[in-house]
Ligand binder design. Structure first.
Ligand code: TYD
Length: 219
């Protein structure tokens, strides 16, 4: 695939501050004159939003693990075709709040579905598309869950099906991300999510800068 642009993803467990950092990163990229496209998973497209409602709905407790896996990839397939590929071809910096690494960590490892299914579906849904850089916000599981649950109390509290999983589940998610960092150190970078918002944002920027300088991105 000969693509221009730059594909960057943000990953991490519950309550790691990813959504805030996503917003700050998009703002900074725009301030610095880059053309930016954002995606969020699940739900970056109109169809993806409908899939998101099924996936995260607190009432959908009977959703089977394979159905869950397929729905995450269905949302992703739609975003890849409708949003991500066109933006990359146009030379944008594409920032995605979660991507295939989430399916690896949550469904492949924490749910125990195994890596082969993830890789097979990745081939179908993403056609070989991988992020050039993945910034993984790492935080102690208990601290992250406490933050996420406090946030859920303030919101409508309807998108909590996965936040409500056990501590053991979320520990496995974190271990899976650590495995990816060890396996692909060039692509998957650990960002300490414990310090304040500004410190984390600066660290994200520092990691991203060399990729912006090297890529053929539009300004
Ligand atoms: P969201 O409200 O976007 O949470 P967060 O701010 O933590 O990203 O919900 C996304 C949830 O879906 C989150 O618990 C992680 C989970 N998820 C998977 O289990 N597999 C996936 O492939 C993706 C993209 C997300």
């Amino acid at each position: 695939m000969t693509e221009r642009g730059l594909f960057v993803t943000l990953e991490g467990g519950e309550g790691c501050g990813k959504s805030t950092q996503m917003r700050l990163l998009m703002e900074r990229l725009r301030r610095e004159g880059y053309t930016v496209t954002g995606n969020v998973e699940p739900g970056g497209t109109r169809i993806g939003k409908q899939i998101r409602a099924i996936l995260l709905g607190a009432e959908n407790l009977e959703l089977s693990s394979p159905a869950e896996l397929l729905l995450f990839f269905a949302s992703r397939a739609q975003a890849v075709e409708q949003l991500i590929h066109p933006a990359l071809e146009a030379g944008h910096v594409v920032v995605s709040d979660r991507f295939t690494d989430s399916s690896f960590a949550y469904q492949g490892v924490a749910r125990g579905l195994g890596e082969p299914w993830i890789r097979d579906l990745e081939a179908i849904a993403c056609g070989g598309l991988k992020p050039a850089l993945t910034l993984c916000l790492d935080i102690d599981v208990e601290a992250g869950l406490a933050r996420a649950r406090a946030r859920n109390l303030e919101s409508t509290g309807k998108e909590t099906r996965l936040d409500d999983e056990s501590l053991a589940f979320h520990r496995k998610v974190r271990e899976a991300y650590h495995l990816l960092m060890a396996r692909e150190p060039e692509r998957v970078r650990r960002i300490d999510a414990a310090p304040g918002i500004e410190t984390v944002a600066q660290e994200i920027w520092n990691q991203l800068m060399p990729f912006l300088d090297a890529g053929s991105v539009l300004r």
